[in-house]
Design a protein around this ligand. Structure first.
Ligand SMILES: Cc1cc2nc3c(=O)[nH]c(=O)nc-3n(C[C@H](O)[C@H](O)[C@H](O)COP(=O)(O)OP(=O)(O)OC[C@H]3O[C@@H](n4cnc5c(N)ncnc54)[C@H](O)[C@@H]3O)c2cc1C
Length: 435
């Protein structure tokens, strides 16, 4: 339905506390009932300086449902000046997108299927992931059903494992790329797009444990266990957590105290111990667990069951990550569930598993940093201080330039490393890229 049109003179007749209209970017809002509830107080609303709005608010404020319903019309003859980025669209803000997505620039790394892939994941993030993240970040809940269904349909969990056999027969990101064409650049794109949700705890809560735990299963599990667990997790039916850290052992992984003792008949391990800061631990079905043995370290795939208890721990990035304190109380684990060597060589499994995790963290961290660059560029242009926009101050421009140069150089290095990963096997990656 077309909005009612008003002249500025019409609007100027409503300037009292209980009869108050204002204009923001050609839109007319009736604040008669809202004025008393305005978080910034009533007096600013009665002030005639309408330009102040953009010095005090992000544009997105106007898009919240509680404010959109206050709009009663538009100003006759005036056009909207500010258009937020549409669903799935690229940003027009300089440096808000990596070079390969910026019109006019070239790339040696990204092909048409990377571009098609990027469009699908950005749409999904804008339409489904972002609203879910904003709604659940503070509630401490795992992603909603629409997100989990989308992860399974687009095969997000499978792409998080990079290229490989596990993609065979799956529809990758809406068919934008064939399974055999997937490379680490697709995973890089997905990580960077998914980090655009302004909700770090939720981001890890969105099955981050699969990303850091599954590679150990893919690379080191017995084939029949590997295939069953991969299918369950990639189809979105089960979740994995990586359980290495303890209160006693963080950086010093070898200091692990969780103890696994092999039974006399060699058929199972008895495991007792605790793990701390385990992402997704509160809702995980499987725990890829680092344990000490009489001979050295071993990594076990432990299924949630009797003797496995998880308690939520608060973290500074929000409760939605499902971070847990995990207790194993003399549980029995069949030896078939050993990941990699069972004679004390487990440290190699743990350390090589960290490589992909670190790279993926660089991808998402850089995506989030680029978003910060975009937000800072927008805000320093919008916010007026000493009578002019913040970005007219040399010191602010120098800071922006420093941020941009760090993000761009890190992105260039990340793309270089990703290219190396595409051309090296797992062992070469561990030898040549880990450092
Ligand atoms: C958000 C988040 C999610 C996590 N998720 C998981 C998870 O899912 N699974 C899991 O197993 N763990 C997880 N962890 C735990 C993480 O792996 C540990 O925090 C990490 O290994 C560091 O251990 P620590 O915190 O005990 O720090 P410490 O080992 O106590 O180190 C403290 C500081 O000292 C520095 N330091 C330590 N040793 C040295 C040295 N030799 N030389 C110089 N500096 C040193 C460290 O860099 C660090 O800055 C998570 C942590 C965070 C913050």
């Amino acid at each position: 339905m077309a909005m009612k049109e008003f002249t500025k003179e019409d609007v100027a007749k409503h300037t009292k506390q209980d009869d108050l209209w204002i204009i923001v970017d050609s839109k007319v809002f009736d604040l008669s009932k809202f004025a008393q509830m305005h978080p910034g107080g009533l007096s600013v609303l009665l002030d005639e300086e309408i330009e102040a709005f953009f010095s005090l608010h992000r544009y997105e404020v106007l898009q919240r449902p509680q404010y959109t319903r206050l709009q009663i019309g538009t100003v006759k003859g005036e056009k909207q000046q500010i258009f937020p980025r549409g669903i799935g669209a690229l940003s027009n803000v300089p440096y808000a997108e990596p070079t390969w997505l910026t019109p006019g620039y070239h790339t040696p790394y990204y092909k048409d299927n990377h571009r098609a892939f990027q469009k699908v994941i950005r749409n999904f993030v804008d339409e489904i992931l972002y609203p879910d993240a904003q709604a659940l970040q503070e509630k401490g809940k795992k992603p909603g059903s629409k997100v989990l269904e989308g992860f399974a349909r687009l095969n997000v969990h499978a792409i998080r494992l990079g290229p490989g056999e596990h993609l065979k027969g799956r529809s990758i990101m809406g068919g934008s790329v064939k399974p055999e064409e997937v490379d680490y650049f697709h995973e890089l794109i997905m990580s960077q797009e998914m980090s655009r949700i302004h909700a770090r705890g939720y981001h890890d809560g969105a099955a981050g444990g699969n990303m850091i735990g599954l590679p150990a299963i893919k690379n080191f599990a017995r084939p029949e266990i590997r295939d069953r667990v991969l299918t369950e997790v990639l189809d979105g039916k089960k979740m994995v957590a990586l359980a290495i850290t303890e209160a006693f052992a963080g950086s010093d992984v070898a200091g692990t105290k969780t103890f696994a003792k092999k039974s006399a008949d060699g058929k199972y391990w008895s495991v007792t111990g605790t793990k701390k800061w385990i992402t997704n631990g509160t809702f995980a079905d499987y725990f890829v667990t680092g344990c000490r043995t009489e001979k050295g370290m071993v990594v076990l795939l432990i299924e949630r069951g009797e003797g496995v208890e998880t308690k939520h721990i608060n973290t500074s990035y929000g409760p939605a990550s499902g971070t847990a304190f995990v207790t194993f109380d003399n549980i029995k684990v069949p030896v078939e569930y050993t990941l990699g060597p069972d004679n004390g060589g487990g440290l190699v499994v743990i350390l090589s598993n960290f490589n992909h995790e670190r790279w993926a963290m660089c991808c998402s961290s850089l995506g989030a940093q680029r978003l910060i660059v975009e937000e800072c560029l927008k805000w320093t242009m919008q916010r007026k201080v000493f009578g002019k926009p913040l970005n007219s101050q040399a010191v602010i421009r120098a800071r922006l330039a420093a941020m941009i140069s760090r993000v761009e150089s890190a992105q260039a290095w990340l793309e270089n490393i990703t290219y190396q990963m595409n051309n090296m096997d797992y062992k070469q990656q561990s030898n040549l890229l880990a450092g």
